[in-house]
Design a protein around this ligand. Structure first.
Ligand code: GLU
Length: 305
């Protein structure tokens, strides 16, 4: 059994990042599973080296240890092999649609627009997928994916219609999230994926990609999110509102762990505790499904409501 935490270093770690890391770690360790940290650093337009190192350090500070650390950008050969395989199966096509052409039409379950598979009839150039600078998409089978995650969240979809064919290589050459995540989970032998509920609508697409690549489907569980105080948005690295560099000035690892455990419903009060101490009573039945608001106070630090 292998669980994994797969953050993208596109900003400083924040309380939501650490909540996810903690839940992945508790899930794995409470079942005697191994735990992997994978730094998803493919998006060269958004990633900074310092943020990768900081993610590793922030996890250690919280009291989490990993059996293995994988840097996704070092797995480029595996990503290219997957593209070769999809091309050989006749599944890959170039897409020249602009953002405007991709907007409108049908709403996707993730809140964006479903891609209407406009470029499907376009063949790859005679030199293969490496010979084009356009984005590459995968023609998904029209299958409906029936899937309920371990927390009871219904993830069933017909991804080819509900989301549309996914981009697997962007036009700037970056391997897209859906492909990288599926290939790397498969290569590492990940059996259990625990991640935030914001990614849940992507799961069915990823299941179809696993099937096309002959990879097993792991067990999935999606947890509640920490939200911004205004607007109900997910706390995101983008907003940079509660970066770890500020958090650590007000809190130490056990204090933050206590706050997160309280927010998750695992503790009756936000008292300091270590992840290892939480293991004894960890049980998903007790983890609340309700999103919580994270608020920053200049004097008292983080509060989770
Ligand atoms: N790297 C993705 C993110 O930080 C998560 C990938 C996953 O858990 O599947 O949003």
């Amino acid at each position: 059994m292998l669980g994994r935490f797969a953050p993208s270093p596109t900003g400083e770690a924040h309380p939501g990042t650490l909540l996810s890391a903690l839940l992945v770690w508790l899930d794995a360790r409470s079942r005697g599973a191994r735990a992997l940290l994978r730094i998803e650093d493919l998006d060269i337009t958004r990633v900074r080296l310092g943020w990768s190192d900081q993610l590793v350090e922030a996890c250690r500070w919280l009291g989490l240890d990993w059996d293995e650390v994988v840097i996704q950008s070092r797995e480029a050969d595996a990503h290219d092999e997957a593209l070769d395989k999809l091309a050989r199966a006749g599944r890959l096509y170039p897409c020249e649609c602009s953002r405007a052409q991709r907007s409108g039409g049908r709403r996707a379950p993730d809140g964006g627009w479903a891609y209407p598979n406009t470029c499907r009839p376009r063949p790859l150039p005679s030199g293969g997928w490496r010979a084009t600078n356009e984005a590459l998409r995968v023609r998904l089978p029209d299958d409906r994916v029936d899937l309920v995650d371990l927390g009871g969240l219904d993830l069933s979809q017909t991804p080819a219609v509900d989301m549309g064919d996914p981009v697997v290589r962007r036009k700037d050459g970056v391997i897209a999230y859906h492909l990288a995540v599926v290939v790397d989970d498969g290569a590492s032998g990940v059996t259990d994926v625990v991640r935030g509920r914001d990614i849940a609508p992507s799961t069915a697409t990823q299941v179809l990609l696993q099937r096309l690549l002959g990879l097993p489907t792991p067990r999935y569980r999606h947890h509640f999110l920490l939200l911004e105080p205004t607007g109900g948005d997910k706390l995101a690295k983008l907003h940079g509102s509660i970066p770890w560099s500020r958090l650590r000035l007000h809190h130490d690892g056990p204090m933050l762990c206590g706050l997160l455990a309280y927010a998750a419903g695992l503790r009756p009060a936000p008292h300091p505790i270590t992840p290892r101490e939480l293991l004894a009573t960890f049980d998903w039945q007790r983890v609340s499904p309700v999103d919580r608001i994270a608020r920053w106070n200049a004097e008292r630090g983080l509060a989770i409501e």
